[in-house]
Ligand binder design. Structure first.
Ligand code: PMV
Length: 341
C-alpha cells in the first residue's frame, strides 16, 4: 500500500424497504432477506480529507456542524474495518457530510450516510492499493456499508436491491446487496414515486440497534423471519406480472408487521403517531373510493412513505395528497422522492 494524504468525495441515496429487515445475528448478518427501492432525492454527500501519517482520529461535521457523537461512532466503525482496509488507522480523517433532506426530519440518514462513507473508503482503497474492477469495488463498498448499517448495503445500487440470501434471487448474499434483475420486473414497477409525509420531525423514539436487539426476545420473531423469507415467493411473481393489487397488499403488510413487532416486544414501542394512523385510514378510504394505486410503507418511525406509480393516474393521486393528507404532516412538510432504476 502506498498511503498518501488525499481528499475523496461521494454521494449516495437512501432506500426504502418493501420486505423489511428487522432482526439480525452477530456481524451484521440479517435474520431474513430484504428488498428495497433505492431513492433519488434523499441522499448524503460526503467528503473525506485524509492526512496520512497522522495519529488515527476522526472529526465529523454534519451540515457544517461539528458532531462528536458521529465522530466516535465512525471511529469505532473504521476500527472494525481494519481486516478489510489495512490502511484504515494510518492517518487522521476530516469528514464533512450533508443530507439533502431536512436535518432531523425523522428520515433515517444511516443508509445514505454509510453508503456515501463506504464509497469514499473504496475510492481511498483504490488509490492506495491494487486496482479492482468497478463491479468488485461496488460490491466491497456494499459489504463495508453493511457493517455500518445493515440497510445501507442496499443503497449502493439503483432500482430494486436485495440483501440476504434467498433461493428466489440468484446471487443474493447475507454479506452485500445485489441488484434485482430488471428484466424480471414489469414496467409498472420500474418507476415509482415515494412522497414522505413528515408526520413527526425529530429523532426516532427507538434506535434501530435497540429495535434489532428486541427481536432476540420477541415471541413472534421466528414466525416473522419465516414470513419475510416466504414473501419473496409472491413478490417475485408480483414484480414479473405487474400485479399491483397484490403488491400493495404485500408492501403494506410488511410495513405494519415491522410496527407490530415493535408493539409486541418488551419493552413495547409504538412508533406511529395519531396522524400516521389518520393518514393510513385516509389512504385506505381513497383507494376504496377511487381504486387508484396509492399505498404506503413505513420505516421504523412515524413518517408515512406514500407510494404510487408514474402514469395517467398520478395527477389525481397528487391532488388527493395535497388536499387530503398534507394537513396531517408537521408544517405540511413532504419530501417528494422517487425510486431510480
Ligand atoms: O440498517 P438499520 O440497522 O438502521 O436497520 C433499519 C431497518 C429498517 O429500515 C427499519 C428496515 C429496512 O429493511 O430498511
Amino acid at each position: 500500500y502506498d498511503i498518501t494524504s488525499l481528499e475523496v468525495a461521494a454521494s449516495c441515496p437512501s432506500n426504502i424497504a418493501l420486505i423489511k429487515y428487522w432482526g439480525k445475528y452477530p456481524n451484521q448478518i440479517p435474520a431474513n432477506p430484504s428488498i428495497s427501492y433505492t431513492l433519488s432525492a434523499c441522499r448524503s454527500d460526503t467528503t473525506i480529507k485524509f492526512d496520512a501519517g497522522k495519529e488515527f482520529s476522526v472529526k465529523t461535521f454534519l451540515g457544517g456542524e461539528q458532531r462528536s457523537d458521529f465522530s466516535k461512532k465512525i471511529e469505532n466503525y473504521f476500527r472494525s474495518l481494519s481486516l478489510y482496509l489495512p490502511w484504515i488507522d494510518k492517518g487522521s480523517y476530516l469528514i464533512h457530510t450533508d443530507n439533502t433532506f431536512p436535518h432531523s426530519s425523522g428520515i433515517a440518514s444511516s443508509a445514505s450516510g454509510f453508503g456515501a462513507l463506504s464509497k469514499c473508503l473504496m475510492a481511498m482503497d483504490q488509490s492506495f492499493g491494487e486496482q479492482i474492477s468497478a463491479e468488485a469495488c461496488l460490491r466491497k463498498a456494499s459489504f463495508l456499508a453493511r457493517l455500518g448499517s445493515g440497510s445501507a448495503c442496499r443503497s449502493l445500487y439503483d432500482g430494486l436491491v436485495v440483501w440476504g440470501e434467498t433461493p428466489h434471487v440468484k446471487g443474493s448474499s447475507d454479506l452485500y446487496g445485489v441488484e434485482y434483475d430488471i428484466n424480471k420486473v414489469h414496467p409498472i414497477f420500474r418507476s415509482f414515486n415515494d412522497w414522505v409525509l413528515l408526520i413527526h420531525e425529530g429523532e426516532k423514539s427507538v434506535s434501530s440497534t435497540v429495535g434489532h436487539g428486541l427481536m432476540k426476545s420477541n415471541p413472534y420473531a421466528k414466525t416473522r423471519f419465516e414470513e419475510a423469507r416466504n414473501n419473496f415467493v409472491p413478490l417475485t411473481r408480483i414484480l414479473r406480472e405487474g400485479a399491483m393489487k397484490d403488491f400493495i397488499a404485500l408492501v403494506e403488510h410488511e410495513a405494519l408487521t415491522l410496527h407490530a413487532m415493535m408493539m409486541v416486544s418488551a419493552p413495547a414501542f409504538i412508533l406511529m403517531k395519531t396522524q400516521t394512523l389518520e393518514a393510513i385510514n385516509r389512504v385506505w378510504n381513497f383507494r376504496e373510493q377511487t381504486g387508484l394505486p396509492l399505498f404506503f410503507t413505513l420505516d421504523a418511525g412515524a413518517n408515512l412513505h406514500l407510494l404510487f406509480p408514474h402514469g395517467p393516474e398520478e395527477a389525481s393521486i397528487i391532488e388527493f395528497i395535497e388536499n387530503g393528507l398534507l394537513e396531517l404532516a408537521q408544517n405540511r412538510h413532504v419530501v417528494k422522492d422517487k425510486m431510480i432504476f
